[in-house]
Write a protein that binds this ligand. Structure first.
Ligand SMILES: C[S@@+](CC[C@H](N)C(=O)[O-])C[C@H]1O[C@@H](n2cnc3c(N)ncnc32)[C@H](O)[C@@H]1O
Length: 456
């Protein structure tokens, strides 16, 4: 290793002083001097100061070299040296605040894809769904999650199948998929430093911004809203220095962390009208990975259906009139960051990316979708919320309608999983049933779109 001794020797030789001369002038033992220059002894601070003065060299630079020699020689686990130094750096930089960082940042487990509140997420049903798919289908090369939402199903499919296509119409979901799955260059240390700087911000010193003046005191505690708006703007300012993957990881990280602090019952159709308790905003990175086998889209499912070829398409559309772009408008506004004019009590932007699946056209749209897919298996999730007393929770497509459409496509089996289900607190279904249809598309229709079968 290149030590302080080697540096001292180089300086001396450059100036052209023989070792004896240094010994005489500074009164340091010759053998000791030679051991220092060979890296066998570390000079004392006093010796180093004498030498730097004699060589007319900045003593601080030499002291830094000496300190770093001491550190590098002290590792009992040299293979962890870089990470150890990073932690030491944070400890020195953040002093007493370090304990909070340690508890909440990168050194803890990164945030998993499932830890997000999302209406209709299948996170708790993945095992049931994936096991059925495994049992009932074969030769699946390309798996499509065409209404991916949180991508809880795609997240399992990625581990199992060669190619996975993930699609959803919402901007925020797209950013989340790219952050978690897309292949791209990114540096964990760089993101850690950025996140650490956000975690040590003082909200009192931050100015009012678009996010806080709209959402502060409503969807988020006011100071938290100031921090969110500041951080979002900072991510935008940093964009030229970030790779696309880093940019998406930071945005997804922001979404996942603020999800837990939102003053809501899990979506942004409304906020809770009670004073909001201040809570610290401590960001923790998402569990970002690089997958080779993933393709991500943000398209209307019916349009995408006409462009892709696959072996299995998992279909989990919205079934009632509640639009996802309205449920999660705040994340759309945050991700797009075009600071739109907001309307109504829930501060929503003008509607964009509304879904036909939430309208009276749902049945025809579903029929159009399945008939235009070029695939071997259709797997459709369906839940029986249509028994609900709440009108907006009524299903737009009836169970019998789904069944009859799918039967036209091929041999269809239906599976049922009962579980307790709570719908945002308003409507409670103790007897909620979750159904899964698996259709093996008719042999003669395989490998082509089967629109003609349904007379489209
Ligand atoms: C029931 S959720 C899917 C939940 C998902 N399986 C999960 O586990 O999180 C339905 C999703 O479909 C999306 N969506 C609605 N209409 C769409 C359309 N026409 N094309 C693509 N995505 C759509 C919504 O944004 C929403 O995320």
């Amino acid at each position: 290793m290149y030590t302080i001794g080697h540096i001292l020797k180089e300086i001396r030789e450059e100036i052209g002083h023989p070792l004896q001369e240094v010994q005489q002038k500074l009164n340091i033992d010759l053998t000791l001097l030679s051991k220092i220059e060979n890296g066998k002894r570390l000079p004392t601070i006093e010796q180093l100061q004498k030498l730097s003065k004699f060589y007319n060299y900045d003593d601080k630079l030499l002291i830094i070299q000496r300190e770093s020699d001491k550190i590098t020689n002290s590792f009992e686990y040299p293979e962890l040296a870089i990470e150890t130094l990073k932690v030491a750096e944070d400890k020195i930089k953040y002093g007493n605040k370090y304990i909070q960082l340690f508890q909440d940042t990168i050194y803890q487990k990164p945030i998993s894809l499932e830890s997000r509140r999302y209406i209709g997420s299948k996170a708790k049903l993945t095992e049931w769904i994936m096991n059925l798919i495994d049992k009932e289908t074969e030769n699946i090369g390309t798996f499509v999650d065409i209404f991916a939402g949180t991508a809880s199903i795609a997240n399992q499919a990625i581990k199992k199948y060669n190619r996975v296509i993930i699609n959803d119409i919402l901007n925020a979901n797209n950013v989340v998929y790219k952050g978690f799955f897309e292949k791209g260059e990114w540096s964990k240390n760089k993101l850690h430093d950025i996140i650490t700087s956000y975690n040590t911000l003082d909200a009192d010193l931050i100015e009012e911004n678009y996010f806080s003046s709209n959402f502060g005191g409503k969807f988020y505690e006011h100071n938290t809203a100031k921090l969110i708006g500041y951080i979002r703007q900072d991510i935008e300012n940093l964009k030229p220095e970030l790779t696309e993957k880093e940019y998406n990881i930071l945005l997804a990280t922001l979404i996942y962390n603020i999800d837990k602090l939102a003053n809501t019952v899990g979506h942004f159709d409304a906020y809770i009208k009670k004073p909001i308790k201040p809570q610290p905003l401590r960001l923790r990175l998402i569990d970002a990975q690089n997958f080779e086998n993933v393709k991500i889209y943000r398209e209307d499912a019916n349009k995408l259906a006409q462009k892709i070829k696959s072996d299995l398409v998992y279909i989990d559309p919205p079934y009632n009139s509640r639009q996802y772009n309205r449920f999660y408008h705040l994340y759309e506004t945050l991700v797009k960051w075009d600071k739109p004019k907001l309307y109504g009590v829930a501060l929503k932007p003008a509607p964009e990316n509304s879904s036909l699946y939430c309208t009276t056209k749902a049945k025809n749209t579903f029929e159009h979708l399945v008939s235009h897919l070029n695939t071997n298996f259709l797997v459709v999730s369906y839940n029986n919320t249509y028994n609900s007393k709440s009108h907006s929770s009524e299903n737009k497509i009836k169970l019998e309608e789904i069944e009859s459409i799918l039967k036209k496509c091929g041999k269809t089996k239906v599976f049922e999983c009962s579980h307790r289900f709570f719908n945002t607190g308003k409507t409670e279904f103790n007897d909620h049933k979750e159904l899964l249809f698996i259709t093996e598309v008719d042999e003669k229709r395989k490998n082509k779109s089967f629109a003609s079968l349904l007379r489209w």
